[in-house]
Every structure is written in structure tokens, then in C-alpha cells.
Ligand binder design. Sequence first.
Ligand code: RFL
Length: 413
Amino acid sequence: MNPLQRPNAPAPQRVSVVVVGAGPAGLTVGNILRRAGVDCVVLETETREFIEQRPRAGVIEEWAVRALEQRGLGENLLQKAQRHTACEFRFDGRQHRFSYSELTGRHHYVYPQPLLVTDLVREYADVRGGDIRFGVRDVQVHDVDTDRPSVSYTCLRSGQRQVLHCDFVAGCDGARGVTRRSLPDDEFRVARYDYGIGWLSLLAEAPPSSDCVLFGIHEDGFAGQMPRSPEVTRYYLQCPPGDDPANWSHERVWAELRRRLAAEGAPELVEGRLIEKRMLDMHDYVVEPMASGRLFLAGDAAHLVAPIAAKGMNLALHDAFLLGDALVAHLTQDASSDSAGRDSGLQGYSEACLRRVWDYQEFSQWLSDVYHGSAAGEPFRTGTTLARLRRLFTSRAAAVAFAEQYLGTAERY
Ligand code: RFL
């Protein structure tokens, strides 16, 4: 049945923008719209408590923090986030510290994703008075190829079907969302890449053993340490794709981390309870173009980048800044004034996002070869992997180029 015609449904509502998904992308778009006085509704399948605690990213690039700050969204982050100035590669049994700030004057911020999401929800809902509806079910997007799209959903509490008519839909519902599926089949393509590698992703209730990110390049597989806070540390262990986390006992995890991150003179890893243990099959995809008609995708809904180079949330924020600003320009400027300027942001949105997306995908692939090359069991690949690593410490040009990609600071994308 057409959801717009269901009996006993509440009267349809009208709003300028419906944002589907309250992750970093959707909440940032919502905040930009609210700040400009544009009416919008954010729809989210989970509860507020759930999204404020869901652990994921931690590394945020400096340009993204500045862009949040410019939009009034960076205050807490700037007060509480750690500033990271270096990362460390461990190979050949030694520590190799890579001080990217010394080379470039730029740094990374480490701020756990749940804290950022908490800040963004508070600002959107409690400070800017934004409408956000949690626990929605069966979200469907309609008529995005017309001037009158709509989004329908079932309200968990009342069980009733609700319809929101709008001018635009922002599809920010992540990798498992529904908005991507509303793009007409013949208008877009999905480019996919599978690394054929698994990562056991772990969160430990333990302080990091080093003040920076560690990359352990080992013949038995990659191991990584990503500080999240003084109490919690994220670790990764390369394993066969599809491996079962149950195969990884507490003892096995810590023994393997100690072995793969071992280096002369390095401090002992601090063991702690493992509060998250999940398997990630490393793969990427990119949807091109990221928009059709009145539907604009942002973040993981449009592109997934395996967490190899800590880029996914940064890309989600980049999309959200461009989309939020473009929607504001379109919806708040006088239609008769300068229609080219008013619409250029929306028209160029997909292309502008995809340039950075592809650049970050390429860097993640390159870095994946470095992380995993020694464990391929192929002496030739081991040789070229170690050559790449040594070059970072013997060639200033190679080091500067790496730092630029790692920090996302190219002059143009
Ligand atoms: P999200 O965060 O997945 O948010 C999407 C939201 O949409 C909701 N949703 C729906 N809502 C309404 N209707 C539907 N039908 C819906 N379906 C889903 C979901 O509940 C959710 O709240 O997507 P967004 O906003 O695009 O943000 C993307 C980032 O979350 C993601 O790219 C990062 O977490 C990736 N990532 C990292 N990125 C970084 O930049 N730096 C890092 O250090 C970093 N570390 C990581 C990561 C991802 C990881 N995992 C779990 C894959 C570490 C890990 C382990």
C-alpha cells in the first residue's frame, strides 16, 4: 500500500529537509541547517543513549576540527581532545617514531566518536531546538526525482506511520542504511574493493602504552594501538577474514599484541579487560554520483573506507559541511537573486566530495600494503614493504608526502 494513503495515519507534515541518520554526518548537517534557521527533522533508528555510547572512531583531522569550530560545534572538542603530533611504526624489532608535526606544523586530534556525537546531539536538540525522532522504524524515501519528495516511517511508540513532505532528503544513514537504495538503479554505480583481510577490533579498559598511535608491521600480521583516552585504548589485530572473535581469548589477544608490537626498549603493553571484540572484514565502496534529484547522500551511506587510515568519520564530516552549507545557500537565498550562486553548491556537491573520497581511498590502499605486506608470506612483498617503510625515515620528500596524506592537508583535492 502507498504509505501516503494508510488509514488512521497522522496528518503529513511539511519541513524543508529530512535528515535520515543521526551519526556524525547527519547531526552535522542538522546543526548547520538549524543555525541558519532552516527547518528540518532528523530521523534515527536507535535511541539517544545508544548513539551517545556507540564506540568507533577517535582520530579527527585538524581541518575538520576547524570546520566544526567555525560552525559553533567545536567548543567541547577543543577543550577535551588530545593533540597528537606523531605516530610510531614498529618493524625490524625497533621503534621508528614519525613526528609529522615537526615536518608540517600540523597535528591530529583524538576525540572518541561517542563524545562528538553527544556534543552534536546536545547542540542540535537542546541548544538549537532541532527536531530529532529516535527509534523510528521502516524508513522509506519517496519521489526524490520530483520537486516534492517525502520520507515515511513508523513511530515506535505509537506504531503509526508518519509522513514528512520536504524539499530535500539528506541520506546520512551509514553503511547499513536505506537511503542509498532509493537511488534509481540506472543513475549510479557502486565501486567496491575487498582487501581479503580481517581485523579483530578491540577496546581495552587500559591506558595506552605509548602517547601516540602505534603500527606494528610483523610477519604474523599487523597490530595497531590507537589511544582513545587515559582509561581506554583501541587495538587491532590482523586475522583471516571471517574469523570468529570467540577464537580470540583474552590471553591469546594480549600475547599476540605483545608479540606483534614488540620493539627494543619499548614499554610493556598495559593489559586490561576487553570491552569490545568484533571482527571487521576490510572492504571499501564508493557510490557515484552521491546525489540524485532531491536526495543527497553523505558519509558512510555514500562511501565506506576501511578503518586502515582512520578516514571514515573525517570524510563523513567533510560531506556534511559541504551539504549543510549548500542546502543553506539554496534554501535561504532569494530565488530571484543569483540562482547560479545559490545552486552551485548542490550541483557540485557530489564531485567536490568524491575528490577527497578517492584520495583517501587510495591512501588507505597504500597504507594497507604497508601494514599487511610483511605478513603475506611472500619474500618479495616483504622486501618492498620494508623499503617503503625505510623510505619514510630516509627521504624527507617521502616523509612530507606521507604526512600530508595522513593528515589530509593537501592544498586542493
Ligand atoms: P554512522 O555513524 O554509521 O551514522 C549513521 C546513523 O544512521 C542510523 N541509521 C538510520 N537512521 C534512520 N533510518 C535508517 N533506516 C537508518 N539506518 C541507520 C544509524 O543508527 C546511525 O546512527 O554514519 P556517518 O554519520 O556517515 O559517520 C561515519 C563514521 O561513523 C565512520 O566512518 C567512522 O566511525 C569510521 N571510523 C573512523 N573514522 C575516522 O575518521 N577516524 C577513526 O579513527 C575511525 N576509527 C572507524 C574507526 C570505524 C570503525 N568501525 C566500527 C568500522 C574505528 C572502527 C572500529
